[in-house]
Design a protein around this ligand. Sequence first.
Ligand SMILES: NC(=O)c1ccc[n+]([C@@H]2O[C@H](COP(=O)([O-])OP(=O)(O)OC[C@H]3O[C@@H](n4cnc5c(N)ncnc54)[C@H](O)[C@@H]3O)[C@@H](O)[C@H]2O)c1
Length: 309
Amino acid sequence: MNSIRFDQKTVVVTGAGGGLGRAYALAFARRGARVVVNDLGGSGSGEGQSASAADAVVEEIRAFGGEAVANYNSVEDGDKIIQTALDNYGRVDVLINNAGILRDSSFAKMTAQDWDLIQTVHMKGAFSVTKAAWPVMREQNFGRIIFTASAAGIYGNFGQANYSAAKLGLFGLTQTLAIEGAKNNIKANCIAPIAGSRLTETIMPADVVAALKPEAVAALVVSLCAEDCEESGALYETGAGWTAKLRWERSQGVILHGADAQDADQVAAQLAAAGDFTGAEHPASIQDTFTPVMSRIGASQAKPEPQKA
Ligand SMILES: NC(=O)c1ccc[n+]([C@@H]2O[C@H](COP(=O)([O-])OP(=O)(O)OC[C@H]3O[C@@H](n4cnc5c(N)ncnc54)[C@H](O)[C@@H]3O)[C@@H](O)[C@H]2O)c1
């Protein structure tokens, strides 16, 4: 088995001052990468800022002879984070979009500020850093990007309407960037991790937090960023050494004809049949939706046109 290496490669990890991000930064540095350790250094709910979180991880990396530099910007200022990579190392090969906070409350009590702050840090933050790295990766004809989803986004979770919306949104972004990045050897993948960290220590018992090592998640992240990894557009759940891939499953569906197709009573009568997963298929692209719909209206050759780069 070849050992995965990142010599001469630059890896940017957002939110790398603690938890999962710290584990990623250390793992990449141990495999030869030059690492930009970004962290705003605020609280778990997004208040305050400090240089100490990022600085401590840079020190840890330098202590074993690794190469790293700190950046203290918020992910909202993605261009500044990527500029730190370019100023120090001249390139960006891998980007791990990891920074995150929580503003949990039931939807009934959730304020617009709780909503906006979560979208800003998770969605806008990942957009902002990735947008700044994208032209660099296209120019290099190489890029590996990870986005961080959550089981709360995949399945929903009480008290996390803002967070779950942002987290599954990041998988939508992953899938489109996998398509748009393909011709420039840019691979984008998404993970839904489970690990002990300050975000989970408030909801899990201490022994469980201690057992859920961030290093186990880091192993998957590193493997997805390897130069010879062909995976792109995928979503994995991972934690405690367990890694599983998700895919869409679609029932064969029902077909209504003529006026029945526009009659809510007829559709209601067919809903149970539409939800019967006997003989289900696994659509993997937008064409897999357009093709059956277009063939229903007699336009079987019609396909959505890809936009020019
Ligand atoms: N730990 C889990 O089980 C779990 C589960 C699902 C998803 N996640 C996601 O994994 C990621 C890492 O979470 P964690 O559990 O390691 O939490 P953590 O709080 O230990 O780490 C998150 C880091 O992001 C930093 N950060 C927050 N806002 C930032 C900003 N605007 N700019 C730059 N840095 C910022 C924080 O300072 C912190 O160091 C998050 O996106 C989280 O939503 C974690």
